[in-house]
Design a binder for this molecule. Structure first.
Ligand SMILES: Cc1cc2nc3c(=O)[nH]c(=O)nc-3n(C[C@H](O)[C@H](O)[C@H](O)COP(=O)(O)OP(=O)(O)OC[C@H]3O[C@@H](n4cnc5c(N)ncnc54)[C@H](O)[C@@H]3O)c2cc1C
Length: 485
């Protein structure tokens, strides 16, 4: 089996995994009122592989075997561009919400493949290769748990008051290891088949027990998924055209003395490689991030143009200025995303990764501009974003006639048309979903400071810093020679 149907995916989640929601154990994630929505959202991935419109993009054929494109190990810029297009298309099907059910897991696999290829002991790379093939051939959905709970942010793992604040190995046996700790913000964990665990940062020589990477099925004994209830309110399809249908779940992912068999241990005790693995994952994952932001920023531009038109303000100079800013914001992100693929860098294992400097520029550009983009859209839309009528007011004859008469836009724009767009903008920017997107923009795939750090590091590492300093010095010297003459 290399491609699963939606039904097979959904069935695979009925495996007695330990998921908790608002203090209660969830017997079946697929039928849970909130987590079930996340399962249906994730199903987009499997639907696209079956859909004629997307099949060519979503499915790769190699040696007469078909598998999901997410599992295609990028070997050149074209592979990265196609991966980006698929992520963009899937997120557009999710009405601006990323699917992520294979995106983040394959980012982790690519990082593991590249980093273990350089290890002295070949056994780790062999294990990763075998696990990669197992995931690809069984079309698995994967979560990646990298972010630790971290306690005192300034202290290292070994300096924390409680050593479990970063996930660590607490026992080594002949057949495997026992790990303890908690990862946080783990997206799609309640509806993924396996969870890949990576270190979150560089480790010191004394931090061998924290330098660990592995994978386990989500129903492994001791793995406890404490699902976040954020955005679990009542869904009204008219008022919440996006979030009534789409949802991604995050968990606090507790590893309460979990046994990991040898064949699923990908790093154990190699303190020097822990940081390299964390960073390589981020290089791939920020490319996924900027790819899935594209439908979101496009939706903001499209909604801004439409609502400005509906409100009759299209010709006002301040409106034009805001639309130009939004277009520049979205198109700069698109250009940087594509450039990150085109400038890809070679890694071990015969694969490439997006250019680290460009991908961090893209992510930083997106994250720094997102709240301002939301501000422009809300300004063009008007205050009715948070004072408008509810779905029931449209189905009650006595109230509907007032809505139809008074909520129209410019001539020719009905109240229904205008309010449908308002509801879309409200859900996108002024709802729990809107708040989720705002926090996602700032923190997910690394916070603003992490991206800045990577920009300066890669600028130095790729020789740009040396080049510009030499250039400036040459220019300055030339000037002084001229002056002296
Ligand atoms: C919706 C969502 C989904 C996510 N999905 C995943 C996922 O699937 N898997 C995963 O592993 N992670 C995931 N993340 C985690 C994401 O990568 C982190 O949120 C991000 O790395 C920031 O970490 P943090 O949230 O723990 O914040 P913190 O690290 O606590 O940051 C808070 C503030 O402290 C600052 N800070 C932190 N450390 C220091 C320091 N040493 N010195 C000075 N300042 C410091 C930061 O710059 C920031 O301003 C997700 C996050 C979100 C919001």
């Amino acid at each position: 089996m290399a491609l699963r149907t939606v039904a097979e995916y959904v069935e695979s989640l009925r495996d007695d995994r330990e998921v908790w929601f608002r203090g209660e154990r969830v017997p079946d994630v697929t039928s849970h009122p909130v987590i079930g929505k996340a399962v249906r959202h994730a199903s987009i991935d499997f639907q696209m592989a079956e859909d004629e419109t997307y099949r060519e993009l979503a499915v790769v054929t190699e040696n007469e075997k078909e598998y999901s494109r997410y599992y295609k190990i990028p070997q050149n810029a074209e592979d990265l561009l196609l991966r980006s297009r698929l992520i963009e298309a899937a997120t557009a099907e999710g009405d601006t919400l990323v699917v992520l059910i294979k995106e983040i897991g394959t980012d982790a696999l690519f990082a593991l493949l590249a980093v273990t290829a350089g290890m002295n002991d070949p056994v780790y790379h062999q294990r990763v290769r075998a696990y990669y093939a197992y995931c690809r051939d069984n079309d698995l959905s994967l979560a990646t748990a990298q972010t630790d709970v971290k306690g005192d942010r300034v202290k290292r793992p070994s300096e924390q008051a409680d050593p479990d604040l970063y996930l660590r190995v607490v026992e080594r046996r002949s057949d495997g290891i026992v790990v303890r700790g908690a990862k946080i913000h783990t997206s799609v964990a309640p509806n993924a088949n396996d969870i890949i665990v990576l270190p979150t940062r560089a480790m010191g020589a004394q931090e061998a027990d924290w330098s660990v990477a592995f994978a386990v099925p989500a129903n492994t004994p001791g793995v406890k998924l404490l699902a976040s209830p954020f955005g679990d309110g009542k869904s009204r399809p008219g008022e919440q055209p996006i979030s009534a249908r789409h949802k991604m779940m995050e968990t606090m992912t507790v590893f309460d003395d979990v046994f990991v068999p040898n064949e699923r241990i990908f790093l154990d005790g190699d303190t020097a490689l822990a940081g390299a693995l964390a960073l390589t994952f981020v290089e791939y994952h920020r490319f996924t991030a900027v790819s899935y932001k594209l439908p979101l920023v496009d939706a903001i531009v499209g909604a801004a143009v439409t609502i400005a038109d509906y409100n009759g303000i299209m010709k006002a100079s301040h409106v034009r200025e805001k639309l130009i800013k939004l277009i520049a914001y979205a198109e700069t992100l698109r250009a940087l995303t594509q450039t990150a693929a085109k400038r890809c860098v070679a890694k071990a294992n015969g694969q490439v990764a997006p250019d680290p400097m460009t991908v961090n520029l893209a992510k930083s550009h997106f994250a720094h501009g997102y709240h301002e983009a939301v501000q422009h859209l809300q300004e063009l839309a008007g205050g009715i974003l948070v004072t408008g009528p509810g779905d029931e007011d449209w189905t009650t004859e006595e109230t509907r006639r007032y809505l139809q008469k008074y909520l129209v836009g410019r001539q020719g724009v009905s109240a229904e048309q205008r309010m449908a767009m308002m509801n879309f903008i409200r859900d996108l920017t002024a709802s729990e979903y809107g708040a989720y997107q705002e926090v996602l923009a700032i923190h997910a795939e690394g916070s603003l400071e992490a991206e800045k750090l990577q920009i300066i590091r890669s600028y130095q590492a790729n020789g740009s810093a040396e080049r510009v300093v030499a250039l400036a010095r040459k220019m300055a010297t030339r000037q002084s020679t001229f002056t002296a003459a």
